[in-house]
Design a protein around this ligand. Sequence first.
Ligand code: PHE
Length: 772
Amino acid sequence: MGSSVMDLQQEILFSLEKDGVVISNEFGESIKESHQKIVGAIKSLESLGNVVNVKQNALKTWECTEEGTGVATEGSHEARLFNSLPPEGRSVADIKDNFPNSNFALGAAMKNKWLKKEGEKVVPAMTSIEDQVQKYLQAITAGAADSVPDNVKVEYKKRKLIREVEMTVFEVTKGNEFTTSIVKQEGELTKEMIESGQWKKTTFKPFNFKSKGRVDQRSGYLHPLMQLRSEFRQIFLEMGFSEMPTNNFVESAFWNFDALFQPQQHPARDAHDTFYVAEPGKTINVPEDYLQKVKKTHSVGGYGSIGYQYDWSRDEAHKNLLRTHTTAVSARMLYKLAQDGFQPVKFFSIDRVFRNETLDATHLAEFNQIEGVVADYNLSIKNLMGLIKGFFEKIGITKLRFKPAYNPYTEPSMEIFSYHEGLQKWVEVGNSGMFRPEMLRPMGIPENVTVAAWGLSLERPAMIMYGINNIRELVGPRVKMELILDNPVCTIDKFRKRAKPDTPGAPTVESLTKRQELILDRLSALQAKVANIAAKMGVKLEDSDTAVTTQLDGGPKLGAIHDVVIYADPRRPPYSLRALANALSSKYSMCLRVHCHSTVKEVSEKLQQFWGVCHGIERSQCNVCLTLMWRQDGDSPTALMPTLTVSPLASSKVCGEHNIGRYLSRLLEVALPSINLYESLSSPVFTTQVDELLDQCYSKFTLGNNKERAGYVRDLNARLGKESYLVGSNLTLVDLIVLSNLLQFRMLESAPPNVQKWSKGCLAHQLCKNFI
Ligand code: PHE
């Protein structure tokens, strides 16, 4: 056993010389070597050219199961029982309690007449036994299945001790260039071989062009912290923020502290808290006029402030340090903004900062700071709180609290706390505030401009997300590679699960809703762009608010046409949209059109007149244009769903009747706040209830199978026992959507009584005048 491949090759060749043929499995048995190794050696011989000929044959044979292997090594259950019995025997009850597989072992040992019963006891009936089962299984393990009688093999197979397997056996015969003296083939041509000329006499291994590459190749991964950084970056970008340049770890005390109205005696400026740079120790360029203003504000005040009343030192301000916060970058950017001519901005940065901290489980001397800055006319602390709420919502943190705090550069200042479901307590997640006039005015930021800002560390959410308690496991040399390899993608979702363990709702619904929001965001951005271009070209647009929907108020005007295309499958007419469009046309001048896509040959008269009443308004005269396009795009549940696109952003879609319903309801409620279909009650509870039922209908009914749909209707019936509508006492969007779904699947006629009654009530509602 354990011979090298070279020895094996040699042995095979000798055997060939003698017998003229070598069969791989038989040869293996005869020299007690594993078949795998023999095959390896045969393959090497084959690669030599024509030394040997090799033929493959499939061979059915037997191998031991796990249990069979156990028997082969340790003996059969019955033999083990026999061997474990003392001469005076043991009681049956004792054996049954303590001996594994006792029933089988007892039965077999009795049948073999190895044991006999004496009263309550079982005693040996022989002095020694021969364990035939073990012997047979050992033979099978050794590959000598032929020596075991066929009926035994059938029995063992039944007992799950062995199983039949197919193996490939190699039959080796002599080749044209057969020899028993093979030379070792070289795998590599070396410098030495070339120099000595030895290469001329050497035989080389042929290249194996068929060999497969490594299958476990790994690509690079981003460190989890960096993944999270790109995730946060994405969130800011989605919110319309632009990134600040943070590529300077070394900063002057001027920008890090003085520009931020942080007095030169402030303890944070102490070397105990800040790393100062020895060389170069001093900065060279600080804008002089601005420096003078900063100096004045610190020492005597200005802009309504009395300052700190101390002798401001230029030397102190010129000191170089490792920036202690990215707010230094924000200060530089705000100064630049003021110099370039102020415009409202939303900035963010995510990068490293350094502090001379005592290191412990949660603190290192450096960390990454996330910072958001919004500068606009007359922002208030309400705006700041809203921004922070929106930002944290995007990472799934919804329970927020603000606590008054102090920063030298903000007033008011607030620490941000979030409720941590895992720890069951409020934890600090960030710091925020409105930049002080003492900071902004010397820069030249106009007087009616306020700046809201907030900052947080990147490490803390990362530690929560990845469930890490010691920061050294996340950053630095002690980071385990597994952390990086096992987390190939960053998932703020992971965090979300931890933060809100019992969040309901299917992910698809969630992502659809998100998508819809994204469209609205993009549309606002586009409108802002149009407004910008119009301003540059000197075209006057009516007041344009950023909210998409408010655009639709008032008469027709340039840039305010709301052009919406809905694709729908004629087999699933989205009836609810008819009711919504009708309601919309009472407020907006609407252009309602129906077209047929080439995938649809013909539609009924009814579907051609889907919008009902003829709307003769010219497209250029209207402010909402709804085009319905009948299209057949396949038979899958999603292909059957209607989709809505807002031109000219045709790449984004709102999918599903329920989401289109949400979209149109919003349009409607802006114009007609008296309609409380979805959101205008401004009661989050109401909207959430509607949302929940919409999503339920979507996942259980629209996407469900027949059984799920029937179940849904039964639940619906139970729910509608006393109520005349699904949410509250008025018709809502969810009534429209559910009703439409029932009609599409022709399940209304056969629906149980409460559903019937409810549907009649809905259809009698004035909104649903021409629903069907
Ligand atoms: N710079 C603050 C810090 O380091 C964070 C902050 C940024 C506070 C912006 C208010 C406004 O903690």
